[in-house]
Design a protein around this ligand. Structure first.
Ligand code: NCD
Length: 306
């Protein structure tokens, strides 16, 4: 039985197969409409979510399966003090696969160790968000035609942004990837990412504070919101929250074929005037999230569709 805790749980070959399956699902949705009939997905979300939870649920429904779950810790027995290990043992009796989001880093991993069903990490604190990374990789591969030879700008809250951490881990496995890390000093990537992931693997990167200094060079600009819920004090958040606002003027500095991505939700970091720019890919990215989660559910449940 396979769980998904980090994008590195899948080899580059397995990932390639999964993304190809997601593209086939996109092109032939009817072929997969009954693939998971009789199977149940549990979504156990101890932290707020719109896209991740609903796209998991849409994915399972599109496959002909059923869904159950909870969308906040308050509405689960966590409010009574139950541990994730006990919860997953019980959920294992009710469902065939579980997607879990938790504010504590490592909580889905702890759950997976006691689980009788595959567990998917749907985001654990500021740590990892592997299914957003699968979504991002599918978006990049579909829109740019490749996962290698790319100049990628990551902008915003690189300290607490788990989607950025997972994406860096995943992309360094492809040749000729260069990162421009765009953040204020206080929100730079954690040193374990800079030293143990980027420097250790000789991945070229530079760190800049101004978005304008990075734009011209990029194939992909990946924007993120400042992660309000992970700040220790409100004043720091208020000072940081509008540090970057991508607008038409800044877009005019970018290449004609650059794409703008964002895991969403957006707060102020992308002005709505950018939404009509053909390079804005963030809503298409959300759609790719459904296909890739369908492919992941099929893969972890070992369902073959001929
Ligand atoms: C992201 C997350 O939860 O980390 N959202 C998502 O899953 N699409 C990004 C964020 O909340 O900023």
């Amino acid at each position: 039985m396979q769980h998904l805790m980090s994008p590195l749980d899948l080899s580059v070959e397995e990932l390639d197969k999964l993304l190809t399956l997601a593209n086939d699902i996109e092109n032939n949705p009817r072929k997969y409409a009954h693939a998971c009939e009789g199977k149940k997905l549990a979504t156990c979300f101890y932290e707020p979510s719109t896209r991740t939870r609903l796209s998991f649920e849409a994915a399972m429904l599109n496959l002909g399966g059923s869904i159950l779950g909870f969308s906040s810790a308050d509405s689960s027995s966590a409010a009574k003090g139950e541990s994730v290990s006990d919860t997953i043992r019980v959920i294992s009796c009710y469902a065939d696969i579980c997607a879990m989001r938790h504010p504590k880093e490592g909580a889905p991993l702890v759950a997976s160790e006691k689980s009788a069903i595959p567990v998917i990490n749907a985001g654990d604190g500021g740590h990892q968000h592997p299914t957003q990374t699968l979504t991002d990789l599918l978006t990049i591969r579909s829109l740019k035609g490749r996962l290698d030879n790319l100049k990628i700008g990551l902008c915003g809250d690189l300290k607490f942004g788990r989607t950025v951490h997972s994406l860096i881990h995943a992309l360094i496995r492809y040749p000729d990837i260069q990162f421009t890390l765009i953040s204020p000093e206080e929100l730079r990537v954690p040193s374990y990412i800079r030293e143990d992931v980027l420097r250790k693997n000789d991945v070229p990167f530079r760190e800049v504070e101004r978005l304008e200094d990075a734009m011209a060079d990029l194939d992909i600009l990946y924007m993120t919101r400042v992660q309000k819920e992970r700040f220790f004090n409100e004043d720091d958040y208020v000072r940081m929250k509008d540090f970057y606002i991508l607008n038409k003027k800044k877009m005019s500095l970018a290449k004609e074929d650059m794409i703008v991505m964002h895991p969403l939700p957006r707060v102020n970091e992308i002005s709505v005037e950018v939404d009509d720019d053909p390079r804005a890919a963030y809503f298409r990215q959300a759609q790719y999230g459904v296909y890739v989660r369908m492919a992941l559910i099929l893969t972890l449940l070992e369902v073959d569709v001929c």
